[in-house]
Write a protein that binds this ligand. Structure first.
Ligand code: GSH
Length: 226
């Protein structure tokens, strides 16, 4: 059986759990990282030298890096091509948003999380947090603009692109910040558009989750542990 190391309140673990839920993959998950620790142990480091979660084991194979794990699961499990199309052109549309999530979106969204949930109020760098907030709004606006003309990030169907950005969109709506830009048009795009809420809503699919992990993508999506 597939083994997953990683606490379920980690954004990167949640991507993997979401894929498992959608594809009906059974797994054993071990709480590692955050308050559970274990990721600094030599045994864990031997699997994943970064000491980060998630890591998976499938047979003899160890895989780390959450987006890579998501692609691997889609490549090896029945039904995976729906989330990760095999046609090269369509696949590129999924992969570009997965790369974009890691290279662009992750930076301000993670910084806001650390700034608000890992930093005491009197130690927060308010100017930096404001910059990250504005940066994030600009990035969401890119998605909003795309979603004006198509239902999902890679086109007509829900894919890994929506999953890896969706976990951050969910958090974005939990942050104690003003999500609207100072500009009415950005406010309209980021906050009022049904597209944002559709993508956000995609995260809330408890019917798709197995009983053991319902909490991971639903009630147990907490910011503090990330
Ligand atoms: N690029 C890596 C990042 C992994 C990562 O940063 N994981 C965080 C949790 S979201 C982590 O392991 N933090 C240390 C901990 O939980 O103890 C991936 O996508 O898998």
């Amino acid at each position: 059986m597939l083994k997953i190391w990683g606490r379920s309140n980690s954004s990167n673990v949640q991507k993997v759990l979401w894929v498992c839920a959608d594809l009906g993959i059974d797994f054993d998950r071990l709480d590692v990282g955050g308050k559970f620790g274990g990721n600094d142990q030599p045994g864990y480091r031997a699997m994943n030298p970064n000491g980060l979660v998630p890591t998976i084991q499938d047979g003899d194979l160890i895989v780390w890096e959450s987006n890579t794990i998501c692609r691997y699961l889609c490549n090896t499990r029945r039904g995976g091509a729906a989330l990760y199309p095999t046609e090269p052109g369509l696949r590129s549309q999924v992969e570009r948003w997965m790369d974009w999530q890691i290279s662009k979106l992750n930076t301000p969204l993670a910084a806001l999380m650390w700034g608000y949930y890992r930093t005491p109020e009197d130690k927060r760098d308010k100017a930096a947090l404001e910059k990250f907030r504005e940066n994030a709004i600009g990035l969401w606006r890119i998605l909003e603009t795309l979603l004006e003309s198509q239902p999902y990030l890679a086109g007509d169907a829900f894919t890994l692109a929506d999953i890896v950005t969706g976990i951050w969109l969910h958090r974005w709506y939990l942050y104690p910040i003003e999500r609207a830009s100072r500009h009415a048009e950005t406010e309209g795009m980021v906050c009022a558009s049904g597209n944002a809420s559709r993508l956000r809503g995609a995260h809330r699919r408890p019917d798709q989750l197995n009983a053991a992990e319902t909490a991971s993508a639903h009630a147990n999506v907490t910011l503090r542990g990330d």
